[in-house]
Ligand binder design. Structure first.
Ligand SMILES: CC(C)(COP(=O)(O)OP(=O)(O)OC[C@H]1O[C@@H](n2cnc3c(N)ncnc32)[C@H](O)[C@@H]1OP(=O)(O)O)[C@@H](O)C(=O)NCCC(=O)NCCS
Length: 155
């Protein structure tokens, strides 16, 4: 079932993110990879910026997380991660649909690494469209990521 995750439960959020993010190792540019992929400090910052996390729980186990962040006049879907052991069972789709239903704006954006073709496929399968390169720069104002991160990403 889907539940909002309390911001005090950052350890379980990080557990899912840092497990699922292992797939980036060797796929994204080496200077963008680090271990752990997300630190508790970085997660704290994201929570301060207004990212709210929802999770798919199987009993007491948090199997998937996804964040929603209203920014200016749009909504961002952030940090979509499903435990490696639970991927491709529809959990990502369920969480994504839930968050899209919560969005209060018409425009909803997601961003992911260009190299994460599986994630692009996942979003396309769920109705998102890839924005052509020329159109991406005006969306930069919605994300607080480094230039290096942005140039290696699609939205
Ligand atoms: C991307 C992710 C969130 C999708 O969640 P999920 O629960 O695995 O996805 P669903 O089961 O709802 O949907 C499956 C669809 O997503 C795509 N997909 C997911 N994982 C894939 C993979 N490893 N290879 C290819 N396509 C994949 C496919 O379109 C797939 O459909 P198919 O099984 O019919 O081919 C999850 O796989 C994940 O955590 N991946 C690693 C981290 C990541 O890339 N996160 C995205 C950050 S923006």
């Amino acid at each position: 079932m889907i539940r909002k995750i309390r911001s005090t439960d950052s350890a379980v959020i990080l557990n899912v993110i840092n497990d699922a993010a292992q797939v980036y190792k060797g796929a994204i540019p080496p200077d963008c990879w680090k271990e752990p992929y997300m630190t508790s400090k970085e997660l704290e910052k994201e929570l301060e910026r207004g990212v709210e996390f929802y999770g798919w729980f199987e009993g007491d186990v948090l199997a998937a997380v996804m964040g929603i962040q209203p920014v200016k006049d749009v909504t961002l879907i952030r940090h979509a991660y499903v435990l490696t052991s639970h991927q491709r069972r529809g959990l990502g789709e369920k969480l994504l649909n839930h968050l899209v239903g919560l969005a209060k704006t018409q425009e909803i954006y997601v961003e992911t690494w260009t190299a994460a073709r599986w994630a692009v496929q996942f979003y396309q399968k769920n109705g998102f469209e890839l924005i052509p390169k020329e159109g991406r720069s005006k969306l930069r104002r919605y994300w607080t990521v480094s230039d290096r991160h942005a140039e290696s990403s699609v939205c």
